[in-house]
Design a protein around this ligand. Structure first.
Ligand SMILES: Cc1cc2nc3c(=O)[nH]c(=O)nc-3n(C[C@H](O)[C@H](O)[C@H](O)COP(=O)(O)OP(=O)(O)OC[C@H]3O[C@@H](n4cnc5c(N)ncnc54)[C@H](O)[C@@H]3O)c2cc1C
Length: 302
């Protein structure tokens, strides 16, 4: 039996799309390779999603999932999509558990944190190097940590880490932050946070665990050492789009029009994995709704 729509990814974009396609009475399946919720599962505090003054990412993702299940969305977890074959009006979604036939596809596969590329980084993953403060912050109680990056993820996670760590040093390659102004204000006002401006981490070093980072000032070229117990890295995102043969930008983000239509008829995209000026829960959810309605209209026409 062929599905009307297969949704790839169980983050905010995929779950929002799921709610809308089910309310359109479509026969839909959502496939998620890890756990339902996407990146918000690893977000401690969300305070910019309308209607929720303050919530945890885990709570919000549970609510999204319950909402999609209420309308009968079929979900397959721990299944990875490895390819999409376009056969015109029929698509074949290739997964770790076999092939699935569907008339339309919504790609909502999100992103993966970008590696820093510093010497020692890969050796110390799980031994002081982390990409998730919510997951690992607990291990750094009363310790010193370095956070690398200057965007919203870096700044909000640095603020979160001050709940456990005794000191948080933000290393940023520019002399100003990119984060929302309100997040910047909170960081500047936090007595536990200090900044190493115009600086890049060149090396992460230690014996068994992280003990220090070597930091280069990009203006003076001076190399200095910061003693630290942990390094949290937030330096950008890589889209999870390798399995999709649709038009992308040079970074691998999928190009779509305002209806979330990709370059291939019947394949739609939503959320962080597309070219978009803002990668947030609110925008991902909006994309998911549009992609679902566009898929519904497309199905009416074939
Ligand atoms: C540390 C951090 C803090 C953040 N804080 C906030 C915040 O406070 N407010 C806010 O609005 N936004 C925040 N964001 C951003 C927000 O989490 C994202 O914008 C949002 O999760 C994007 O939703 P998405 O559904 O597009 O992608 P994702 O949430 O990334 O979900 C994509 C899902 O697709 C799955 N997937 C990927 N590839 C495959 C495949 N091949 N097969 C099957 N499944 C696959 C993934 O496992 C994942 O579950 C934060 C992000 C981070 C990293």
């Amino acid at each position: 039996m062929a599905y009307d729509v297969v949704i790839i990814g169980g983050g905010p974009a995929g779950l929002a799309a799921g709610i809308y396609v089910k309310r359109a009475m479509l026969n839909a399946l959502l496939i998620e390779k890890i756990g339902i919720g996407g990146q918000i599962l690893i977000t401690d505090l969300v305070e910019n999603y309308p209607g929720f003054l303050e919530t945890s990412g885990a709570d919000l993702s549970r609510k999204f999932e319950q909402h999609a299940l209420k309308f009968g969305l079929e979900i397959k977890s721990i299944v990875e999509v490895t390819g999409i074959e376009d056969r015109g009006e029929m698509k074949v979604v290739k997964t770790s558990e076999g092939d699935l036939d569907t008339k339309a596809v919504i790609i909502a596969a999100g992103t993966t944190p970008r590696k820093l590329g510093a010497k020692g980084e890969l050796n110390f993953i799980g031994r002081g190097v982390s990409y998730c403060a919510t997951c690992d912050g607990f291990f750094f109680r009363e310790k010193v940590v370095v956070v690398v990056g200057g965007g919203d993820s870096a700044i909000t996670e640095a603020i979160f880490l001050t709940k456990m760590a005794k000191k948080v040093i933000i290393v940023h390659r520019r002399d100003k932050l990119r984060a929302e102004k309100i997040n910047q204000e909170h960081a500047f006002a936090n007595p536990k946070i200090s900044f190493a401006w115009d600086s890049v981490v060149e090396e992460i070093a230690g014996k068994q665990v992280v003990e220090k980072v070597m930091v280069r000032n990009v203006k003076t070229n001076e190399l200095s050492e910061i003693k630290t117990d942990g390094v949290f890295i937030y330096v950008g995102l890589i889209p999870n789009t390798g399995f999709a043969d649709v038009e992308k930008d040079e970074g691998g983000f999928i190009i779509a029009n305002g209806k979330m239509e990709t370059s291939v008829r019947g394949i739609f995209v939503a959320g962080d994995c597309r070219v978009t000026p803002l990668r947030q829960i609110a925008t991902a959810v909006g994309d998911g709704a549009i992609a679902a309605v566009s898929a519904e209209k497309y199905l009416e026409g074939i």
